[in-house]
Write a protein that binds this ligand. Structure first.
Ligand code: NAD
Length: 473
């Protein structure tokens, strides 16, 4: 069945004004499953104006009431969970178990978390000054927020933005990734069903130019972006010129450090949760594995064994662990790194290039004899490719971990938790785990260096969507 979706502006489903169309391809079958509009600057303008018109009413709605409506949105999305899960799987090829987690369980629980923050939100707090006067510190919504998301965990990553934006009183224009826009029909339905007023949430579909038009739109005062470092840099430049507030959640090349006393089986048990989730197409994938030289062979053998436990195949099969990568663009990028790794002198310990059949499938691959200066160790491959680098001392492990353009995630595995914690403190990163890693709603998430600016999630998440005014009374 070929599907299509329209823009959602001012509470209505609206056809885009231009004729540009983007095909949505199922990466497992390579079949076109639908089309979306490649919205132009006029469409973006209509959405930004609708959001701007709705801003005074939404900002004046009590935070308590906003929280109730965000809860209602969670309920409406939960009712559509199965349909969303299936459609996201079809669009980006993520195994259905992950789609269920990232497009149903995570967003629904995230909206409930942000609804709770809305209920606790205090817009005005009075602070007594030493001279006997009072300063009223008022947190006002920043204004219209542009929410731009990638395809890998589209609804989870959107919820981390839409939840706090709505809670803080901002109105929004969403620009989903072209690969995963068809499911926006369900979001638009859920927004309406929840009773969120028209114009508070608007959606325009399209590619890079649509996103760029949104970022540059003069009515947009806040940009919350998740995506590649290159796009984040371009957005940061435009936003900086116009003094727009930005949150940038970008790429990663995170290091997992296995000290000589690490429980290697305990580490490899996390293959699908944070080492290679959805074929390594998650920003916090820990694909740069730093192994104590004395355990190097064991680590490579354990990773290969762990990969062999799982199957590569149809993302709709509940037993599939590795589906296809999301698009022909990703397939070409990942396979080019498989060739480059060998050219650079690394050795394939497991997996490697296989002849292409139908679907954008890549075998999970482990490279050994990797040096941190190789491109496969420095660049974000965003595919099922692990590089294993040996180290001799703890200091060397920290140096290699920090010798990266990125700093998003990481982990340290050791039998000595105190030692692990001390080492974790020395790694330049936004998030890191000791003998584990996971992202939770109540802890801030984000990166340093090329992994981005600002934080999402956590009790202070609304701060990214407010501007603070001091009134001296
Ligand atoms: P991408 O940067 O190509 O696109 C992301 C979104 O931005 C899409 O909606 C795209 O249309 C839009 N876009 C692209 N260029 C733009 C521009 N100049 N102005 C405005 N919008 C623009 O990324 P992708 O390939 O869709 O996603 C993969 C990337 O996302 C990886 O680098 C990954 O690490 C990153 N990511 C980061 C996080 C995080 O939280 N740090 C989470 C998931 C994914």
């Amino acid at each position: 069945m070929s599907r299509t979706t329209q823009n959602f502006i001012g509470g209505e489903s609206v056809a885009a004004t231009g004729t540009g169309v983007i095909e949505v391809v199922n990466p497992a079958t390579e079949q076109v499953i639908g089309t979306i509009s490649d919205s132009n600057a006029a469409d973006v303008d209509a959405a930004a104006r609708a959001a701007h018109d709705a801003l005074p009413g939404w900002a004046a709605t009590t935070a308590q009431r906003r929280g109730e409506l965000i809860d209602a949105l969670a309920d409406a999305l939960e009712r559509r969970g199965e349909a969303i899960t299936a459609l996201v799987t079809e669009q980006n090829g993520t195994p259905i178990s992950f789609s269920k987690y990232a497009s149903d369980i995570v967003p629904v629980s995230a909206y409930r978390y942000f609804a709770g923050l809305a209920r606790e939100f205090e817009a005005e707090v009075g602070y007594p000054s030493a001279d006997g006067t009072t300063t009223l510190v008022r947190r006002e919504p920043i204004g219209v927020a542009a929410l731009i998301v990638p395809w890998n965990g589209p609804l989870a990553l959107l919820s981390w933005k839409l939840g706090p934006a709505l809670a803080a009183g901002c109105t929004v224009v969403i620009k989903p990734a072209p690969e995963t826009s068809l499911d926006m029909v369900y979001l638009a339905e859920a927004v309406t069903e929840a009773g969120i007023p028209p114009g508070v949430v608007n959606i325009v579909t399209g590619g890079q130019e649509t996103g760029a038009a949104l970022v540059a739109h003069p009515l947009v005062r806040k940009i919350a972006f998740t995506g590649s470092t290159a796009a984040g840099r371009a957005i940061g430049r435009v936003a900086g010129e116009a003094f727009k507030s930005v949150t940038l959640e970008l790429g990663g090349k995170s290091a997992a450090i296995l000290l000589e006393d690490a429980d290697i089986e305990a580490f490899t048990a996390n293959l699908l949760s944070f080492i290679l989730p959805i074929s390594g197409q998650v920003c916090y994938s820990q694909t740069r594995i730093l192994a104590a030289r004395s355990r190097y062979e064991e680590v490579i053998a354990a990773l290969s064994k762990a990969i062999d436990q799982y199957s590569v195949g149809d993302p709709f099969d509940p037993n599939t662990a590795f589906g296809p990568v999301s698009s022909v663009r990703q397939y070409e990028k990942v396979t080019s790194y498989l060739r480059r790794g060998i050219e650079e002198g690394a050795v394939v310990a497991h997996g490697g290039l296989v002849e292409k059949a139908t679907g954008y499938y890549v075998q999970p691959t482990v490279f050994r004899d990797v040096d941190n200066s190789m491109s496969i160790a420095r660049e974000e491959i965003f595919g099922p490719v692990l590089v294993v680098i040996p180290f001799d001392t703890e200091d060397e492990a920290v140096t290699i971990a920090n010798d990266s353009d990125y700093g998003l995630a990481g982990s340290v595995f050791t039998a000595d938790a105190e030692r692990g914690l001390a080492l974790a403190r020395r790694v330049e990163t936004g998030t890191i785990g000791v003998n584990r890693y996971n992202v939770v709603h109540d802890a801030p998430f984000g990166g340093v260096k090329g992994s981005g600016v600002g934080r999402e999630l956590g009790p202070d998440s609304l701060d990214a969507y407010v501007t603070v005014k001091s009134i001296f009374v």
